[in-house]
Design a protein around this ligand. Sequence first.
Ligand code: DOR
Length: 310
Amino acid sequence: MVLLNTTIAGYEFDNCLMNAAGVCCYDHEELTMVDQSSAGTFVTKSATKTSREGNPLPRYQAVPLGSINSMGLPNLGLDYYLDYVRQLEKQTKKTYFLSMTGLSKEETLEMLKQVELSDFKGMVELNLSCPNVPGKPQLAYDLPTTENLLTEVFAFFTKPLGVKLPPYFDIAHFDAAAEVYNKFPLAFVNCVNSIGNGLIINDETVVIKPKNGFGGIGGDYIKPTALANVHAFYQRLKPSIKIIGTGGVKTGRDVFEHILCGASMVQVGTALEKEGVEIFARLSQELTEIMQEKGYQTIEDFRGKLQYLA
Ligand code: DOR
């Protein structure tokens, strides 16, 4: 018997797969589809305090090897997602993820105070890595500011909270970032958000309108970077901080590799956008077959056990 269940911060999920924030999670119709699929849970679209329309269209383009997006955080506002998840929580025992990102430190703290005071029972995924709001840098590339924010957050926030990270690209940055994250009682880190500010060109022209074509890259292009970030943080973070792996997942083999690198949960973005929520059943089946072949019964049998050459 193969089981795909997993645990984060003591919360159980019966399947280690879920959507990546931004995909299939804008409103309750999309979230319900993920909720009713084979996925273990869902994460909501990163909410700001009030709703936002986001950047001008076209702002998402799929290409053969992945995707580029500059959505600019279109969302229905924190109240919408918080109310919807609290309503679902009354009907099931599932734990849901609420993604959020303030447009300033004050906004982030205010939103988290609202969540803290509510009866929300799930986990917060604090997005520190949106590459697409013009004029706003990806926060988690600025480690002193990130440390300062997390210090203020954990001064009052007591519910389980993790952070969505941008990809880091240097061993020195893995070391420095892990040193900061290890100072806090984080439930998880999610590696990685899209690789920020790439360019995809068709003939002589960019393919999305915002920022003259610069946007976050997802899909096949980013799998090696995602795996490296998952493994680098798995090696460096204290064991109580679990890793969520995101980036380039479109087959059971990709899920297997994320878990091998240390992921406890694996999120699907670009491939979910392309294939729809049926992808969770397919990935579960493909992962199950790989595990059966290798004689693994649970994901803990191989999680983090990436092998190195002698
Ligand atoms: O690629 C991304 N797009 N990452 C984010 O964190 C936000 C999103 C958007 O809305 O632009």
